[in-house]
Each structure stands twice: as structure tokens, then as C-alpha cells.
Design a protein around this ligand. Structure first.
Ligand SMILES: Nc1ncnc2c1ncn2[C@@H]1O[C@H](COP(=O)(O)OP(=O)(O)OP(=O)(O)O)[C@@H](O)[C@H]1O
Ligand SMILES: [Mg+2]
Length: 463
């Protein structure tokens, strides 16, 4: 037999003989029991003790069993309440069930009746607490994974804006190149919003074919097209009360853009094939890695939708414009992959950091994350070394430089790469590097400071 003493049953009845006889039955079965004659004291006991199940009489002076039920359910969500009803109060008991009572038993009751009702109530109570615990754990781990790393002013501004807009119902348009972290930002906004305990539904507009996107977003009714064999809820409906994240919004076909705009304005959607609109309450976050203003000029994106989405604009700058974040991100990803790959890498060598800082990062943070994972898999020392990096880091060529910057910046980036690659080859020996580069040692130093390459970080050998 399981150990029933871990469960405490609170018995509330103004009739002493009734509560004591129920108490005896429960005690004999090994349960811990607490007895009281009125609702106020019962609430007090609930407050101070861990009670699994309340058994309460319906008709009591001062506070009725129904009132006690309502209080208990409101303040201690996963408590189960069983009602004890006398003759003629069955209707009331039925009403109480609707208010969330677990069960009721009628006087005069049999021992077995009490015990079976209590046993089932405890099962339900334990399950509910376990679920709650699991849910909380899950939320915690998800929450803790959601950190947006970066000390640069650009990232700090992004984070400030997230904090500011999260509590509002406003639509946010998140822009940034591929891999800059648009989706984490969207999730952070949701998690910090009053909708946090409702759903976050992400939909990649570019991944859904044109002819089914309307039904995906708005749902459809049975028979509305070939293959619609039953009613289907759309993502707007599924996200109701929560947040809908429309990723790659620029890929939305023009006719869908019209329908989406209408849905946002009316807060109503009409499932495909239905004659009725249904109202929906969703917060919209949208993201794009294309420049929507260019798309508008090219006639691919509707101006009215753009302005409707762009209530708050949040732009995440590319990684190459905030290189100071790179060392922090490296640290973050090393910790992440130590955990995932069961490694104990302590950091990256200065040369490795320097190489990563000088790279063009067209794939932004996602590319950096992948590079670190690659390096960690290959690494069998404590520190990540340049040779652990993906091959193309060594053979960085002009073709791998980014094309989205002016000539001057491109030249500087090329110089940075050339210098750091050379230094890596000669193990940080600056004199040897200067020779290979055809420079005097002092020109190399001057060049390095011009290019903001940290001389100290780059090894200390210069002779
Ligand atoms: N500042 C950051 N701190 C920590 N992790 C980051 C940061 N920025 C991006 N990442 C990580 O980089 C990866 C790419 O981010 P995400 O998927 O949010 O990018 P995206 O902007 O949505 O890219 P795409 O446009 O290609 O969909 C994710 O694994 C994310 O966790
Ligand atoms: Mg994305």
C-alpha cells in the first residue's frame, strides 16, 4: 500500500459527529487528517498547510461549502474539493461541480464511497501538481536559453527596445540580415509580454506554398477545396491570446498581403470557404531579412501593410558592424557547446579570437555559432585553436569579403585578414610577420593600431 500519510485531507463540517466520523475513516486508511467546523478556519488551514483534498459540508452557517469551494479554487488552484451533501441538496451539489468541485457524496455515506472519492481526488491532485512542476521547469529552461548576448551599444539599444515594446500590444517589425537573431528577439518580446503564458506561434511565410498559405493562416471549412476533408483551424486561431510571429514576411504573395492587412485592421479572420468572420486576439510580430522599403519600391510589398506592421521598427545590425560582440558570443557558444557536446573547453586562443573578429560574417551570429560548434568538435585541447576552425577561415580570400561595404572598409578588412593570417602562421612573431608582409616592424604596429587589431592580444613575441 502506498504511504497515505503524505496526503492531508481537510474535513470541514459544522456537525462534530460527522467530521469526526469521516476523520476516523480516513485516519484508519493512513491519511493525515485535519478537522474544522467552519469555512473561515478552513481557509486559514489551507493557507498554512499543504492540503491535498478538502471535504466540506454544503450547508454551514457563515460560509457555505460553495463559498469555501470558490475561495479554495481561486487561491489554491490545484486543490481538489469533495462536497458532503445532505438530503435535498443534490441540485446545489451539481451546481458546485460546475464551479470546479471534484465530486460529491451524499449522507448517509458508506466508508468505501469516501475512500474511493478521496483516492481519485488525490490522484488528480498529484497529477496536476506534477504537470505544473514540469511546466515550470520547462519554462525555466526555455527562458534561460533565451539570452541575447552583446555589450555593443547597438545590441544594448536592441535590448532596451525589447524591454520597452514587450508589454505593449503593438506590432513590431524586426529586420536584420540572416542569422542576426530576429527569431530570438521575437521570442524574447513574447516572453516578456503579458501573453507569455499563452502560445508563441512562428510561421515562416516563405516556406508555405502560395496556394495553401491562406488556409494555413486563417483556417478552412470542410469541403472548401479538394482535400479539405474536415474543418481546420488556422494559425491565427491557434495563436489566439498569444503571439503570432510572421517570419520572412516579404515573401507573402500580394493578394495575401491584402488579406493580412484586413485581418490586422479588423482583428477578424474569415476561414477559407466560410461565410462568417471570427474575431481573433493575437499580437503580431513580423520579421524580414530583406529591405522592405526596396521591396515596396519594386512593387512586391504593399505600402499600407508595411506601415501597419512597422508600428515599432527593430533593426538588428549585422555582426560585422559590432565586432566587439564577437568575443562575448564566442564565450557564450563555447559554454553552450561544452554542455551539449559534453566538452570542457576553457576558451579560444588569442589568435583564434583575432581571426574570428576579423572575419566577414555574412551569415552573422548563426555562422559564428556553427563555426564554434565545428571547432569544438575538432578541438582536443583546452583551448580552441585556429586549426580547429572551418577550413575557409584559413584561406580567406577576397571573394569571401563582404560586398555590402565601401572600398575603404573592404581594403581595411583585407588588410586585417592578411595581417592576422600571417601572424597566425608565425605564431604571433611580429618581426617575422612584418618581414613576410614586406613591412618594417614599426609600420606593422602602426597598421595594426589603425586597423584596431589589439597588439597585446595577439601574442607578445616581437623579436
Ligand atoms: N545576440 C545573440 N546572442 C545569442 N545567440 C544569438 C544571438 N544572435 C543570434 N543568436 C543565435 O544565432 C542563431 C540564429 O538566430 P535566429 O534564428 O534568431 O536568426 P534570424 O535573424 O531569425 O535568421 P534568418 O533571417 O536566417 O531566419 C540562433 O541559434 C540564435 O540563438
Ligand atoms: Mg529566422
Amino acid at each position: 500500500m502506498s504511504d497515505n500519510s503524505q496526503y492531508t485531507i481537510l474535513v470541514v463540517d459544522d456537525e462534530k459527529s460527522v467530521r469526526e466520523s469521516i476523520g476516523r475513516v480516513l485516519k484508519k486508511e493512513g491519511y493525515s487528517v485535519s478537522l474544522t467546523s467552519n469555512g473561515h478556519e478552513a481557509l486559514d488551514i489551507l493557507e498554512k498547510n499543504h492540503i491535498s483534498v478538502v471535504m466540506t459540508d454544503l450547508r454551514m452557517p457563515e460560509m457555505s461549502g460553495i463559498e469555501l469551494l470558490e475561495h479554495a479554487k481561486r487561491e489554491f488552484q490545484d486543490i481538489e474539493v469533495i462536497l458532503i451533501t445532505g438530503h435535498g441538496t443534490i441540485e446545489k451539489a451539481v451546481e458546485a461541480m460546475k464551479l470546479g468541485a471534484y465530486d460529491f457524496i451524499t449522507k448517509p455515506f458508506k466508508r468505501a464511497e469516501i475512500l474511493s472519492s478521496v483516492r481519485r481526488a488525490i490522484e488528480k491532485h498529484t497529477l496536476a501538481s506534477e504537470n505544473k512542476f514540469l511546466r515550470e521547469q520547462l519554462e525555466k529552461t526555455n527562458e534561460s536559453r533565451l539570452v541575447f548576448i552583446g555589450e555593443s551599444p547597438q545590441v544594448q539599444n536592441v535590448i532596451k527596445l525589447v524591454e520597452k515594446v514587450a508589454p505593449l500590444p503593438s506590432t513590431v517589425l524586426i529586420t536584420g540580415e540572416s542569422g542576426t537573431g530576429k527569431e530570438i528577439i521575437a521570442r524574447m518580446i513574447h516572453n516578456k509580454s503579458p501573453r507569455a503564458n499563452r502560445r508563441f506561434v512562428a510561421v515562416n511565410c516563405g516556406a508555405i506554398s502560395e496556394n495553401i498559405i491562406e488556409s494555413e493562416l486563417f483556417g478552412h471549412v470542410k469541403g472548401s477545396f479538394t482535400g479539405a476533408t474536415r474543418d481546420k483551424e488556422g494559425l491565427f486561431k491557434i495563436a489566439s491570446g498569444g503571439t503570432l510571429f510572421l517570419d520572412e514576411i516579404s515573401t507573402l504573395p500580394l493578394n495575401m498581403q491584402v488579406k493580412l492587412l484586413r485581418a490586422l485592421q479588423e482583428q477578424e479572420i474569415r476561414p477559407v470557404g466560410s461565410t462568417r468572420s471570427i474575431s481573433v486576439d493575437v499580437r503580431i510580430l513580423a520579421a524580414s531579412n530583406r529591405n522592405l522599403q526596396d521591396e515596396m519600391e519594386a512593387g512586391n510589398f504593399r505600402e499600407d501593410l508595411y506601415y501597419r506592421l512597422n508600428v515599432v521598427a527593430l533593426n538588428i545590425p549585422p555582426l560585422r558592424e559590432r565586432r566587439d560582440d564577437i568575443p562575448h558570443l564566442i564565450k557564450h557558444f563555447i559554454a553552450k557547446f561544452n554542455h551539449e557536446l559534453n566538452k570542457s573547453v576553457t576558451g579560444a586562443s588569442p589568435e583564434t579570437i583575432q581571426m574570428l573578429m576579423n572575419y566577414s560574417w555574412k551569415g552573422n551570429v548563426r555562422e559564428l555559432e556553427n563555426a564554434i560548434e565545428h571547432a569544438m568538435i575538432l578541438c582536443d585541447t583546452e583551448e580552441l585553436r585556429p586549426e580547429n576552425l572551418p577550413h575557409h577561415f584559413f584561406a580567406t580570400k577576397v571573394s569571401q569579403l563582404t560586398h555590402q561595404q565601401g572600398l575603404k572598409e573592404s581594403v581595411m578588412e583585407f588588410e586585417r585578414l592578411q595581417i592576422t593570417n600571417t601572424l597566425a602562421r608565425v605564431d604571433g612573431d611580429k618581426k617575422a610577420a612584418a618581414e613576410l608582409l614586406g613591412l618594417s616592424l614599426s609600420s606593422l604596429y602602426r597598421k595594426m593600431s589603425e586597423l584596431q587589431l589589439d597588439v597585446k592580444e595577439y601574442g607578445h613575441k616581437d623579436s
